[in-house]
Design a protein. Structure first.
Length: 187
């Protein structure tokens, strides 16, 4: 009987010293966490790419709205219509849906460039792009005694949905806001 007990105790000691299955157990614990981190990096990278794209579209819209004329427009085009058309063109060129654009929840409060000026959101047609003009971009009174620089502001929001399972961000839709301001051209 002591021989059976000693064989059994040797076998138990050998099992405790073995580390052959430790790598599998450690991998099973670490790989899901690594996978979630990689997915998070991917989806936050996609959100950052989308933010850059819509910001570029807002810049294109503000630049188009700041020009005093439109060489490709038919009929009497306003600067708001020029801005909205440029935003829609930039979004379409980036394979984004212009119909998904939404008006900002709180439009920027900018000062009108002159007294009696209207700086509320304007848009063209059914677009939800907020175009504000003429707005005061900054004051030059401290520098040269002037009243300030007039410009145009373009603001809109675009939806983005994360896909990050087992987190609070899974299928969570956030609104990315794009905004751009450009000095009005006089020539």
């Amino acid at each position: 009987m002591p021989d059976v007990v000693s064989k059994f105790s040797r076998a138990i000691k050998r099992l405790f010293r073995e580390t052959g299955g430790a790598e599998i157990a450690e991998s099973a614990a670490v790989l899901p966490l690594m996978f979630m981190i990689l997915l998070g990096i991917f989806w936050f990278g996609q959100a950052y790419r989308l933010y850059g794209t819509i910001t570029r579209a807002a810049q294109e819209g503000a630049r188009a709205g700041a020009a005093p004329y439109c060489t490709t427009c038919t009929g009497a085009a306003t600067s708001a219509a020029n801005a909205v058309n440029a935003v829609n063109s930039a979004l379409t060129a980036s394979n984004l849906n212009p119909a998904a654009v939404q008006a900002p929840t709180t439009p920027p409060s900018l000062n009108a460039c002159y007294s009696g000026g209207n700086n509320s959101c304007q848009s063209s047609g059914s677009s939800r792009v907020c175009v504000q003009e003429p707005v005061q971009l900054y004051s030059t009174s401290a520098v040269s005694g002037g009243a300030g620089v007039c410009g145009i502001a373009v603001t809109f929001q675009y939806p983005y949905s994360f896909w990050l399972p087992f987190t609070s961000l899974n299928n969570q839709q956030i609104m990315l806001t794009a905004s751009a301001r450009v000095r009005m051209e006089t020539q």
